[in-house]
Design a protein. Sequence first.
Length: 621
Amino acid sequence: MPATLRALRILAPILALGACSRPAGPRADPDGTLRVEANDNRVAAGDLRGDTLTLRLVVRMARWYPEADDGPSVDVAAFAEEGRAPSVPAPLIRVRSGTVIDVTVRNELSDSTLTVHGLQTRPAPADDSVSIAPGASHRFVFAAGEPGTYLYLARPGVVDYDEREREQLAGALVVDPQNGPVEDRVFVMNIWGEPVDSTGYRNAVAINGRSWPATEALTATVGEAQRWRVINATVRNHPMHLHGFYFDVESRGDLRADTAYAGARRRKAVTEDMDAFSTMALTWTPDRDGNWLFHCHIAFHVAPDAARLDPPEDSHAHLQSGDAARHMAGLVLGIRVSYPPGASAPARGEPRRLRLFVQEGQPRGNAERALGFVLQRGDAPPAADSVEIPGTTLVVTRGEPTDITVLNRLGEPTGVHWHGLELESGSDGVVGWSGDGTRVAPPIAPGDSFTAHLTMPRTGTFIYHTHLNDLEQLTAGLYGALVVLEPGARFDPATDHVLVAGWDGPTDPPIHVLVNGAYRPEPPLVLEAGASHRFRLVNIGPALRLFYSIGRDGKPATWRALAKDGADLPAHRQVDGPARQRLGVGETADFQFTPAPGEYEIVVEHPQAAARAWVRKLVVR
């Protein structure tokens, strides 16, 4: 496995397929090997009679084609209902609360003992596991328990999860309330991976058994609520990001339990960092048409040179392609939203106009290149070789139409995604995808420009960043913060502090994290005692969770949580607490800090990054 993937293990295309159906009789390749079927989790497995679901499962070897029926494949152990095709994810177990689940698991593998987890009543005091020897079976009989989104999985033999992954043996277990299920979709992430030599790593990363561009083609109508259950059945974490819309987080869970949030206790997000073997239920309602994405925000999980079984030989050409089926791969879902008959987008007022240049300057630090977004200030464009890392913090006004013309002075194409903004699809910035069925966003070619039409309906802290050739362009500096203020409000740097974290070049350890482009210790930040200071925290590296903290004399200070992903937190979450926050990739968070006189430190760090990645002294007087 490459050093990068080994180090990032703890973090860790919709054009082809329609909805799948429940796997029927098994298909086989000419050599007799059974083929894995992609399971879209629309049909529950088993035989429900009265209050008992009876299910017979078998684990056997089969051949998985995650990218296309005629694409690359890998032989894996997979779950199947007896008499049906093996599937990834494993067959969906879905019942109402109060149902007794009677599951028999037969291990057809000849050389591996199975360890089965998750076939137990929820909530569970602990993760219960059962070992099943080759050729043996085990019967699990348990009450379904409380409503929620859960998972079950099996592990074959003894697997070194620092070196390989075997999470294709996992599926959803959903318990509905007594009054029955609502209309929803279930999406399960699975990963298989192993080293091919001392430097290479081969993996299949999939949602409901398929990898972009072969993931299911989702459609929705403006005004139609979308209810999803998302299950991370892998050992990696995944910050899942929805383009263009907020979703309401209705519950979060794990192998043992699920916690539902009712009414005002629900919070909004555009990116939700999901731990290994965790679950989430969410609801979102599109209010604009166009093509949108839901994807993992870790670049290694969506790039063709890292998220395909057989990376393309012409990797660089893929990464810079104007075809969304080529420059993305892996954990990506696409959603096409349309207006109902007779409806259309509302008219837009006269916009404020800004010009943002994409530029390259002299390399510095660890990065081989220095790229940056530079806002034109005044009548003259910025010098062609000037670079700001991160890009200029853009300050805009809620409700004011704003057109930002992006002018590309690089020698290669790029694209800009306005992360977290509720905007028109054509401006969302995913090359070859954003827009609609007749017109999609092109790459911004060298010497060319593209105008994004933004209208911000809410205040908050957001991000803009490249969405093409991410690993190279992002780690060279193509990212920045976007702050939306109330009409009439002014951004005051004395009390409003933006901390944007990214990577300084190479993705091999040790990872060097930059905050506000700092390559060396900065002079102390002087704050006014007793004043309310707003800290806007942004994590936009290609991977790695980061920890932001403010402390004094070895102890955490106190701050008040205000917002996540630009959305105000529910009242019960806007409370004082220790000044330490973990942020996944693509997340933002706002805190209010009202300090007493003295000296403090603000730290941004991660155990895998260079020691104490970024430290700055705060002097309060």
